[in-house]
Design a protein around this ligand. Structure first.
Ligand SMILES: [Fe+2]
Ligand SMILES: [Fe+2]
Length: 477
């Protein structure tokens, strides 16, 4: 059967899709597979719901955020690149000063494909990780937000698949298919990166994920937005506009949980975690443990502290530093050094290494700075209630599987311990099976009445777009 889908209409885009027949056919072939993936792995039981969603229909300020009820399988997953700027150059590395590439430079083809595939793989992975959570949403407002995040991760997959199809020929098409075949957590065919194979079993984990792990996405996209390969740079720029909402969902979600808990603690004048739990809210110690887990697995996503791959990506001009063009230096890093942490003689020490090899670590440090500011804002929420508890980021070396700290056992305070000592205290620092059971039991049902919220979370300060908090964000039909 031939498809008569009008892709200009069906896939909103600003890449002149209708004028490239080969590309159009390639995407026509991929689209049904994508829809199959969405039906199988997208949010459970959601296909017939009307969801009040934001859809990007163009990149200009009026077009990129149109709000209306949409059935998610009918969401218009478009392809948008921010418009080209005249005379953009490669801004760093050995090719600095050349005109930015509009096509893939042959010698960098496999590196570039790897960068795009690795980024692309995270997008469907998070949808898979979150697919059950709609069944226990704390409100219609939150349900709508997770669906918004999910459809936009789907759009980000489209964005990467567009690049693969448009610029990488047959290999690109094969990679695009493989992106729909890997599965988060699958033993035989897992997603590429570790954190994207971890379960997201409850809403506290979801908010932590969107705060910590979507923010890794932001930093990766930001450094790819500096790329000398112009279509990648322009794609990532536009993806960043959507990513901001995902991090908002995470930050405000955790913020509303700690607010609810701290308010009840103040009201009942209690601080014992068991007493707190007895009130049907999540004790702050458990929030801290989730934080420790999600922070540490996300730090691993930045890769090894000393990395020759990162150096190659930079030197060739494919992946820059965070806000590369705002940094005032030679953008070559020929003589610069950078401090990385490492374990020597039973202690964590700093070591100077060539800055080119430390680019993962540098990006991780930029990320940590931003994450710390978010944790400070959560602490302000707790402080307002008069409760003395404070959340904090564990040491960078805590619970790491990748880089200099892998294989070491480091406490949240940065003490190097034996495996035995560390394992003996593991459940003080990270969610135990009992903690997960407790949190999941609390989130067993879905709150469906407009304006109502589960007991364990405070309402948001305002609704979505211009709608009130008690708006019917999702209609179940
Ligand atoms: Fe994304
Ligand atoms: Fe995201």
């Amino acid at each position: 059967m031939t498809s008569n889908i009008d892709y200009i209409d069906k896939i909103p885009n600003n890449v002149d899709l209708g004028r490239d027949r080969v590309l159009q056919r390639a995407l026509e072939h991929w689209q049904p597979a994508y829809m199959g993936w969405w039906y199988d792995m997208g949010p459970t039981e959601s296909h017939n719901y009307d969801v009040y969603l934001r859809t990007a229909i163009s990149v200009d300020p009026e077009g990129w955020a149109v709000f209306d009820y949409v059935k998610m399988p009918q969401y218009r997953w478009g392809i948008f690149l921010v418009p080209p700027t005249g005379h953009r150059e490669v801004n760093f590395g050995i090719n600095k000063g050349q005109p930015a590439w509009q096509d893939v430079p042959g010698e960098y083809r496999s590196m570039l494909r790897r960068l795009i595939v690795t980024q692309g793989d995270t997008e469907p992975a998070s949808v898979e990780q979150q697919r059950m959570l709609g069944m226990c949403a704390p409100s219609l407002y939150d349900l709508r937000n997770i669906y918004q995040v999910n459809v936009e991760e789907g759009r980000h997959l489209w964005a990467m698949v567009y690049l693969l199809h448009r610029y990488f020929g047959r290999d690109g098409r094969e990679e695009a298919e493989a992106l729909l075949e890997r599965r988060s957590g699958d033993v035989d065919n897992p997603r590429i990166l570790g954190a994207f194979n971890e379960p997201t079993p409850d809403w506290l984990a979801f908010y932590m994920f969107t705060f910590f792990t979507d923010r890794d996405g932001k930093f990766q996209l930001s450094s790819l937005a500096e790329s000398g390969f112009d279509p990648l740079a322009r794609t990532c720029r536009f993806m960043l506009t959507e990513e901001a909402h995902h991090m908002f969902v995470g930050e405000t979600g955790v913020g509303r949980i700690v607010q609810r808990t701290a308010e009840l603690m103040a009201q009942h004048k209690i601080d014992d975690p068991d007493h707190v739990r007895a009130l049907g809210v999540i004790d702050l110690q458990t929030v801290q443990k989730y934080l420790n887990f999600h922070y540490s697995v996300t730090l691993d996503l930045f890769g090894g502290d000393i990395s020759s791959n990162a150096a190659s990506f930079y030197t060739t001009g494919l992946k820059g530093r965070y806000e590369e063009t705002r940094i005032d230096d030679d953008h070559q890093l020929s003589d610069a050094t950078y401090k990385v942490g490492t374990v020597k003689d039973g202690r964590v020490i700093d070591e100077d290494i060539p800055a080119l090899n430390a680019l993962n670590e540098r990006l991780r440090d930029d990320y940590i700075g931003e994450v710390q500011a978010g944790v400070d804002r959560w602490n302000k929420v707790i402080e307002k209630t008069g409760i003395p508890f404070r959340l904090r980021l564990p040491h960078k070396g805590f619970h790491r599987q990748i880089g200099n700290f892998a294989g070491h056992h480091i406490s949240p305070d940065g003490m190097v311990m034996s495996a035995e000592q560390w394992n003996g205290r593991r459940d003080e620092w990270m969610p135990s099976a009992a903690d997960y059971t407790f949190v999941q039991a609390m989130m067993s049902g879905r709150v469906v009445e407009p304006g109502k919220f589960a007991n364990w979370i405070a309402p948001p300060r305002r609704g979505i777009h211009t709608q009130p908090i008690d708006f019917e964000y999702v209609r179940f039909n």
